[in-house]
Design a protein around this ligand. Sequence first.
Ligand SMILES: [Zn+2]
Length: 377
Amino acid sequence: MKPRQRKIIDGHIHFPHFTHQNSLISILRGAGIDNLAVVCTPDEQRLSLVPDALHLKGHYPDQVFVFGGLDISPLLITPEIAGEVFAHYVDVLMGLGVDGIKMIEGKAEIRKRLPIPDFDAPVYAPYWAKLANDQIPLIFHVNDPEEFWDPDKVPAWAREMGWYYGDGTYIDNETQYRQVLNVLDRHPDLRVTFAHFFFLSAQLDRLGTYLDRYPNMHVDLTPGIEMYTNFSADPQKTRDFFLQYQDRIIYGTDIGARALLTDHTAGIEPEESLARIEVVRGFLENEGPFKLTHAGFLFGGPETTFHGIGLPDDVLDKIYYQNFERFAGQTPHPLNPEAIVEECERLETLIKAMGAFQPGMAGDVSSVTAVKSCFSR
Ligand SMILES: [Zn+2]
């Protein structure tokens, strides 16, 4: 069955280098997807991927939303006031013309690599208050699939990526849930989307209690392929959940994640991107069992059978774009080229300084310099 053309916003795409524009746009065009949100993660060599994302938005200002990542240097330079600096940086990012904030800081591997304080620690308080008061949309990656902490259940591919967390040197996933829920208890109206279904796809009842408690909380459908295995285990229960929380679920694919996590010089790959679209849309739209025809990165073997839940059109429209628009706005914020040039200059200086201050970190200004010259014209 060829699905009918619909409006779709992909709410979770990675764009690790400004030169990837053509590969990304042609993949999305080919798949009939016109609108997207780029979520920016920190980068150890370039500090920030925000300039790259803004470059893309500069070319497609009506179609591209950007969720800016925090510049992580305060964690290393002024850790005791990092939250205050982040709160101020939210204004800087919004002033550039981003549409919200992305945090990957709840991924256990990142927490081990960077000196990230507990999310409910006092040092972060000014930052959460800022996001809640200004109702800034936040896309937040907290934890990872629970089996990554379990030596018997962690998939081989996850181990290879360095995502086995059960050796006692990584933060425990329940500890992180507690910290983040403490933040939500203090700011129940925080406008937040937890990426990857908050990694609770195997615990839908539990996730439902959080969605009931926090009215501005959403989850996105970005794989983790384990989500679709978990969803497929009990399709009827999953379908009921999707119908009950149809206003709180946002479409996303993580297209670009491979280029981000492995070698970005090859650009963004069509085959792996199509697999991502196929698993999410196949699950939402198919009725009954289906298999993937494309091969995905981090998707395990090709032989898995997934189970679609065949949602009605009006619910699909909510998940494909209406919920995102309510979360982040109907159209992307306009860019401010002057402010972007200024921020690129600050990043250039900072990258060079960090390279000297923290050997092995930062030093690569090539991309920020190129993006700056684009916006200077
Ligand atoms: Zn992602």
